[in-house]
Design a protein around this ligand. Sequence first.
Ligand code: PLP
Length: 374
Amino acid sequence: MTGDGTRAVRAGLPEAVKNEPTLPGPVFAAHFHLPGDVSGPYAYGRDDNPTWTHLEQAIAELDAPGGNAHTLVFASGMAAISAVLFSQLGAGDTAVLPDDGYQALPLLREQLSAYGVEVRTAPTGGDAQLDVLDGAKLLWIESPSNPGLDVCDIRRLVDAAHARSALVAVDNTLATPLGQRPLELGADFSVASDTKGMTGHGDILLGHVTCRDAELAAGVKRWRKIVGAIPGPMEAWLAHRSLATLHLRVERQTANALALAEAIRARSDVTGLRYPGLSDDPSHTVAARQMRRFGSVVSFDLGARERAERFLAELRLVEDATSFGSVRSTAERRGRWGGDAVGEGFVRFSVGAEDAEDLVADVARALDLSHGAV
Ligand code: PLP
């Protein structure tokens, strides 16, 4: 049985060929030599590219080790999410979305509704989506949810959805395949923004969809060809290169996230602390059943906007920036975007790969200073 570290460093590598590199470089091609009838894997660059093929093989191995899965890479996480929703749903269908997921989901809801798809929503926590499943064609799960870090019982929801002949897609962005494998929990699609932890350096946008069913994969691929939401070869190659350190990064960042969460838990001036890896977190029991690592995002509330802003300004090792999953810690006052059901002092903290002691000390200092002059 191959371990996560071995799988991460070897995923998607082609057979060794004498005098060729281990991971072939990016192939820049809009078209490929194509004499006579159209045949072979590569004809036009919007349909397929050898650099994507290596990356797709790598992600498939991570999402479904030893399994027969198909991965399709996209220009961004939103491109991947849209590909599943718009390839599978049509006028008259019903979809169930979380109401506490990524903040662009309401935009998708609007667009789906405009196309005649009925959209119902329910919170992630407490498996509340179960209550609105009847008659749905597709259930969309985001667990852990961003930014609230609630968790649902994926297997339980999948069983209920399949009993009603509904498909299930899971946004696995926060967990990465090393934290959670939705296909093994029965989901039909594992989808992610690889802009986050998968690539982990905060320097590229990318997304993917993995599924076991060849027909479902063909529908998603057809959608990619129609909208052309394709990654550039350089991004795809950088992503593959980054996967080699996925295990190292995820191990370090989850250990750091737990250390930070524990340090914050010990303080009396922070409320609403959430991290699924904390044994007393409301998500922990279900998370521990279905997750192998709990992710790099910690959230908490500093009560007021001014205090959160002072806290962010005082941090020296942590950049005030959005997104998450990078090796460099970032944090932001989430309420500045609007759209998330969070308080004005709510902070979403993405824990990087710094030394835990340095990070914890920096956060403690900034929290102390965040109270301002007394
Ligand atoms: N899904 C989740 C959970 C996210 O947090 C994000 C981005 O923040 C996305 C999807 C969208 O990904 P992208 O920004 O790569 O389009």
